[in-house]
Design a protein around this ligand. Structure first.
Ligand code: ADP
Ligand code: MG
Length: 296
């Protein structure tokens, strides 16, 4: 590409809210064959809400929710905010929390002090419960049903007993469907990469016509997934917004950050989408094809 065509393309991108931090990205984009996309905050709003809660025999909903929300009040995860908001909406008073721990990719745990007694509370994904030696079999059918609706099932354990299943749902951005259709029209494959439950990821992928899902990815796993996809499909663009997307953004041929995302993601990216949604990706690829064209 000529310096002039890169200048023209970069300028037109800026008008469209597509910032090229590296001129090379504009040239590489037109050759992309696969777009890997983070789910939470990129395809979805990143603002989940609690939609369901079922307690096991012998447990009271409000008591469990108060304890769980007290623990989640110490966490920064969007899931945590959903649970705290639900407890507040129910007017619950949250007990004191000691020795909080976050088990990355699995969940959170702490000791809750209430009326002079201490309770051990763990909350997280089904794999977290299994790691604790708790088989969430009692909730298996309700969990599958929730996941098939695109909701994320989570489990709470109290003093080593499975106490509740909680589901949160994160709305899909209104712009996501059209953006994926546009990527398909440009001949690209679209792959979702998420730390979320496999069944939940697959349900969301079905509604969005996403081609492939890589789910239950642990924090380091996004880079590995990107490497594998590059081997399988060729030139790859990765789209993400979070701190944990930064290594994958750097590993991709073209790293694209959502402008409303974290500074860490933006710093690691080659392209920043000021619109805050996925529609900027097909727009950027179309722009690359139009301005770089076959001029050599
Ligand atoms: P993602 O942001 O893609 O969900 P994470 O690695 O942050 O990836 O989390 C993976 C999974 O771990 C979540 O989907 C959830 O099941 C569980 N988890 C993480 N943090 C929390 C939390 N604060 N409360 C409950 N579950 C959590
Ligand atoms: Mg995200």
């Amino acid at each position: 590409a000529t310096p002039t065509s890169i200048m023209v393309g970069t300028g037109r991108g800026a008008e469209m809210g597509i910032l090229f931090r590296k001129g090379e990205a504009l040239q590489l984009l037109k050759e992309a064959s696969v777009v890997a996309v983070d789910k939470t905050g990129t395809l979805t709003e990143g603002k989940p809400a609690l939609t369901n809660m079922t307690v096991a025999d012998g447990f009271l909903r409000d008591e469990v929710l108060a304890k769980v929300a007290a623990v989640e009040a110490k966490s920064e995860h969007p899931i945590a905010r959903a649970i705290v908001a639900a407890a507040q909406a129910s007017g619950l008073v949250l007990p004191t929390v000691n020795s909080f721990d976050s088990v990355t990719g699995f969940g959170v745990r702490a000791i809750v002090a209430l009326d002079g007694t201490e309770t051990r509370v763990e909350i997280g994904a089904d794999r977290y419960m299994r790691q604790l030696g708790l088989e969430p079999a009692a909730f298996a059918s309700i969990a599958s049903q929730l996941a098939d609706e695109g909701k994320t099932p989570l489990y709470a354990a109290i003093d080593g007993r499975l106490a509740a299943i909680i589901a949160v749902a994160d709305p899909i951005k209104t712009t996501t469907v059209d953006a994926i259709n546009a990527l398909h029209a440009l001949g690209l494959k679209v792959v979702m990469i998420t730390g979320d439950n496999r069944r939940t990821g697959e349900a969301i992928a079905r509604t969005l016509h996403i081609d492939e899902v890589i789910a239950e990815v642990l924090p380091d796993g996004k880079v590995e997934a990107v490497k594998r996809l590059k081997r399988d499909y060729g030139r790859l663009a990765y789209v993400g917004d979070g701190i944990n997307d930064a290594p994958a953004l750097a590993q991709a041929d073209i790293g694209i950050a959502i402008g409303t995302g974290t500074d860490v993601a933006i710093e690691a990216a080659d392209v920043v989408l000021m619109s805050g949604n996925l529609q900027g990706v097909p727009n950027a690829i179309a722009l690359s094809k139009a301005t770089i064209g076959n001029i050599r």
